[in-house]
Design a protein around this ligand. Structure first.
Ligand code: SAM
Length: 233
């Protein structure tokens, strides 16, 4: 076990959280997934949206990383997964490892990356536009395009890279395109609570947004036990 001060991952990583992690961390129900129009922003290399479509739902992913071809994206995902494995192996008190000293979540992440890349390739071949390049705080969708937007491991996760103004503009933009927005986690990648959370939530409440915090089981990091739910009134 490597004990010591938790540290953040540094530059924004393209991560690969599997569908099951999304369901748990965003407290998602079957009817929300099958019956609604779901936006995953940022989608990263997660297989979440592909799995929602496989169960008969509608899901779209957006991420700046989708602006390159499949070969380049595959290289970036592989390099970033290596970065995650080095980062997790250096903090084994926070991220459990197996008998080969590899993070326990690595097999599930690799399987999710394979599923994502197969679906990304299919999307490019069939031009179904399920994966669209784009970046917060501007999204290429009309108002009210989605019933639900989920946003994992970008907002609040990188407090050094993104200031309060960016967070507010990003959350207002997500609320423009979706009636409900869920954000997880509320900690930075070093595991500490996002320091400006009260400021951001206070401004959204002043806009008339309903703000709730939901308790969830931590997935990749057991400290990540809260999800933000924002609803337009
Ligand atoms: C840590 S990953 C999270 C991916 C996925 N939600 C997950 O949990 O596995 C962060 C993602 O944010 C994307 N990103 C970086 N800047 C962004 C922006 N301004 N707007 C939207 N996505 C952005 C990156 O390309 C990266 O794929």
């Amino acid at each position: 076990m490597t004990l010591g001060k938790a540290h953040g991952i540094g530059d924004v990583v393209i991560s690969v959280r599997p569908f099951a992690d999304y369901v748990a961390q965003f407290a998602l129900s079957d009817p929300m997934l099958r019956g609604g129009r779901v936006l995953d922003c940022p989608g990263g290399a997660s297989d979440f949206a592909a799995a929602v479509r496989n169960m008969g739902g509608h899901a779209t992913s957006i991420d700046p990383c989708y602006g390159v071809g499949t070969a380049r994206l595959t290289q970036r995902i592989t390099a970033d997964l290596t970065r995650v494995l080095v980062w997790t192996a250096a903090q084994t008190d926070r991220f459990p490892i197996d008998e080969h000293r590899v993070w326990c979540h690595a097999p599930a992440w690799r399987a999710a990356a394979d599923a994502f890349l197969a679906d990304f390739r299919r999307d490019r071949d069939e031009n179904t536009r399920h994966y669209q390049p784009g970046a917060l705080p501007r999204l290429p969708f009309p108002d009210d395009s989605f019933t639900l937007a989920v946003s994992g491991f970008l907002l609040f996760t990188y407090p050094r890279q993104f200031d309060v103004d960016f967070h507010l503009r990003a959350l207002r933009e997500l609320l423009r395109v979706a009636a409900e927005v869920r954000v997880h986690p509320l900690n930075g990648s070093a595991g500490n609570p996002y320091p400006m959370l009260e400021t951001v939530l206070g401004r959204l409440a002043a806009d008339g947004i309903r703000v709730d915090l939901i308790s969830v089981p931590g997935q990749s990091d057991t400290r990540d036990t809260q999800t933000l739910r924002l609803t337009r009134r």
